[in-house]
Design a protein around this ligand. Structure first.
Ligand code: GDP
Length: 384
C-alpha cells in the first residue's frame, strides 16, 4: 500500500513523488491536458507554494465555474473503472452519439456494468433533419443496442448543444435511479461533457457543485455531482475509441468532421461507374445499376467531389490532402489505407459510414465504399 500524507487537505504519496487531486483522486500530471489529472505547471506550483489543496484543472473548473471539462483514459483504466460500476447498485446513463452510433459502442459494456439498469441517451438529435422520423430513429437505436446485448430501460433522444429534452432526461434519470447514484458513461466526442454541463445547470441551479472522492488514486478521475445528501450523478472519463473516425485525424480536423449544424442533404443523380469522394476520408463508388439518386447526409464542412470511376484512383493519388481534404498536411501519410466494402442494394436503403454520416440510395444497385478498416460501414433500411 502506498503511504499517503494529508496536510492542508493536500494528499501526497510518499513512495512516489506525486500529488492527488482533492476532487477526483486522480494523480496530478502536467503533461497532457486531455488526460485526467492535468494541472498546468504554473497553477500546481502556485497551489503548492500557497499550501492550498491541489486540484486538477477539471475539478478546479467544476468547483469554481460549475463547468465540466472532458477527460479521457487508457483502455485498461477505463475498463477497470467500468467494472467497478458492476459492484455498485446504480443507474447507468449511457451516452451515445446519434451521428456515430458504431463509434459510440463500448464493447462488452454489459459485462462491466453487471445487472444495473441502463438508460440509453442518444445525443446530437439536432443534426437530423426534421424529415427524419423520430420514432424510426428510436427503433433503429433500440435494435442497435440489442445487437450489442444492451436492453435499456428506456431510450431518449436529446441534444446537449441545443438543450433539447434535457429536463425530460433529468426526469427520466430521477425516475430510474430510484434514489441511487447515476453513472454517466460514454466514449469521447459523444458530447458527454456538454450534456453533463447542461444537467448540472438543471440539477444545481445556482447551487455550487462540489466534487468529492473517497480515496486518492482509486477513483480514476470520476467526478461526483450531488443530487442530494445520499446520491450523486457521477461522471466518468471518456475513452478514445479506435472505431471512431476522429481517432485517425489531427485535432483541428476532428473539429471539422464533428458536425455542429443540421445536416444538409446533397443529392447526386449518378450513372453506374461514378464516384463521390468525402474529402479524402472516404470514397463511394456507384458501380452497377440504373441511373440512381444518391443523397449524402454528411457534415457541411466536408466537400463532396464527383469523378468517373475509371479516374478515381488517379484523382485520389494526385489530390488527397489538397482538393480532397481532410486529411491535410502530415496527416495524409498517417491516414489509413482505404478498404472496400461492397453493398448490393435491393430497396431504398442507407449506407452508414460511422462518424461521417450516411448515403441514401433510392433504387437497387451496387455500391462500393472505401474507408479505413476500423471504421464501420453498414446498410440499414432508410430512415427518411
Ligand atoms: P465528450 O468528449 O463526450 O465529453 O464530448 P464534448 O462535450 O467535448 O463534445 C464533443 C463535440 O460534440 C463538440 O464539438 C460539441 O460541440 C459536440 N456536441 C456536443 N453535444 C452536441 C449536440 O447536442 N449536438 C451537436 N450537433 N453537437 C454536439
Amino acid at each position: 500500500m502506498e503511504k499517503i500524507t494529508q496536510r492542508n487537505g493536500r494528499r501526497k504519496s510518499m513512495t512516489e513523488n506525486h500529488y492527488f487531486c482533492m476532487g477526483c483522486g486522480a494523480t496530478i500530471q502536467t503533461e497532457n491536458h486531455e488526460e485526467i489529472g492535468y494541472t498546468p505547471t504554473s497553477v500546481l506550483t502556485k497551489m503548492l507554494e500557497q499550501e492550498e489543496p491541489v486540484y486538477c484543472q477539471r475539478c478546479f473548473r467544476l468547483r469554481n465555474y460549475n463547468e465540466l471539462q472532458p477527460a479521457s483514459l487508457s483502455d485498461d483504466d477505463f475498463l477497470k473503472m467500468l467494472s467497478s460500476i458492476a459492484e455498485e447498485d446504480a443507474l447507468v446513463v449511457y451516452v451515445v452519439d446519434l451521428f456515430d452510433l458504431y463509434g459510440s459502442m463500448i464493447s462488452g459494456l454489459k459485462r462491466f456494468i453487471g445487472n444495473n439498469p441502463v438508460l440509453f441517451v442518444a445525443n446530437k438529435v439536432d443534426l437530423y433533419p426534421k424529415s427524419v422520423n423520430r420514432n424510426r430513429l428510436k427503433n433503429w437505436i433500440e435494435r442497435f443496442a440489442k445487437e450489442y446485448g444492451i436492453r435499456p430501460v428506456d431510450t431518449i433522444l436529446v441534444s446537449a448543444n441545443k438543450r433539447i429534452q434535457i429536463d425530460e432526461l433529468l426526469d427520466k434519470i430521477n425516475e430510474y435511479r430510484q434514489g441511487k447514484d447515476a453513472y454517466v458513461v460514454g466514449v469521447t466526442n459523444v458530447g458527454k461533457s456538454t450534456l453533463i454541463n447542461k444537467l448540472i445547470q438543471s440539477i444545481g441551479g445556482t447551487k455550487d457543485v462540489i466534487t468529492t472522492s473517497q480515496f486518492p488514486g482509486t477513483t480514476l478521475g470520476q467526478i461526483d455531482i450531488p443530487f442530494d445528501e445520499e446520491s450523486s450523478l457521477i461522471d466518468t472519463p471518456g475513452i478514445i475509441h479506435r472505431h471512431q473516425i476522429a481517432h485517425y485525424l489531427a485535432e483541428k480536423e476532428v473539429k471539422k468532421v464533428l458536425p455542429q449544424k443540421e445536416l444538409q442533404p446533397k443529392t447526386f443523380q449518378l450513372n453506374a461507374e461514378q464516384t463521390i469522394f468525402f474529402g479524402g476520408l472516404v470514397r463511394v463508388d456507384y458501380t452497377k445499376g440504373e441511373r440512381n439518386s444518391l443523397t449524402f447526409y454528411t457534415p457541411q464542412t466536408i466537400e463532396l467531389h464527383r469523378t468517373k470511376l475509371e479516374k478515381a484512383d488517379e484523382f485520389y493519388a494526385r489530390h488527397n490532402g489538397t482538393i480532397l481534404t481532410p486529411p491535410t498536411g502530415d496527416n495524409v501519410k498517417q491516414y489509413p489505407t482505404l478498404h472496400k466494402t461492397v453493398f448490393s442494394v435491393k430497396e431504398k436503403s442507407d449506407i452508414v459510414i460511422a462518424g461521417l454520416g450516411w448515403v441514401t440510395i433510392q433504387k437497387p444497385g451496387t455500391i462500393e465504399v472505401w474507408s479505413p478498416k476500423e471504421v464501420d460501414v453498414i446498410k440499414r433500411p432508410s430512415i427518411i
